[in-house]
Design a protein around this ligand. Structure first.
Ligand code: DQA
Length: 146
């Protein structure tokens, strides 16, 4: 089973940005963590990060017919992007939403997730472990489906 893991704006600045919220570990460390988790569950992963909304839409579209599922942390676009929501609905692949921080315990504007409306599951507030949980969920629920 192949999974596309998509990260949105400023996730590339992990280890620099707001360490009190997102922790000390950097983006390469996240990539290594995701790769390890994928191996643990016998999955193949491809990781993509962009700071640009349209590039994230293109990445979601590129998943169609090519991968089996999506894990996505749209970062700030979570709360604004109907284009990302529509792209997820368009490709209609099982998608799991991940947020490093707990978006429900922060500012009011972070509570609304458009992307989440097209996702089968959301993990937030678990740090890196949210990505592992997302991969595990997809492996357990979707790996034997046509
Ligand atoms: C985030 C939460 C978003 O509200 C924020 O804009 C981010 C990261 C998270 O992983 O906790 O950039 O998606």
């Amino acid at each position: 089973m192949k999974i596309l893991v998509i990260n949105g704006p400023n996730i590339n600045l992990l280890g620099i940005r707001e360490k009190n919220i997102y922790g000390e570990a950097d983006y390469p460390a996240l990539l290594a963590y995701i790769e390890n988790s994928a191996q643990e569950f016998g999955l193949e992963v491809e990781c993509f990060q962009s700071n640009h909304e349209g590039d994230l839409v293109d990445a979601i579209q590129s998943a169609y017919g090519r991968v089996d599922a999506i894990v996505i942390n749209p970062a700030a676009y979570t709360h604004t992007s109907i284009a990302i929501l529509d792209a997820l609905k368009a490709v209609a692949l099982p998608a799991v939403e991940v947020h490093l921080s707990d978006i429900h315990q922060r500012e009011e504007f972070r509570r609304l997730s458009y992307a989440g409306m097209a996702c089968v599951k959301t993990y937030c507030g678990l740090g890196f472990a949210g990505y592992r949980e997302a991969l595990k969920y997809l492996a357990e629920h979707y790996s034997n489906r046509p």
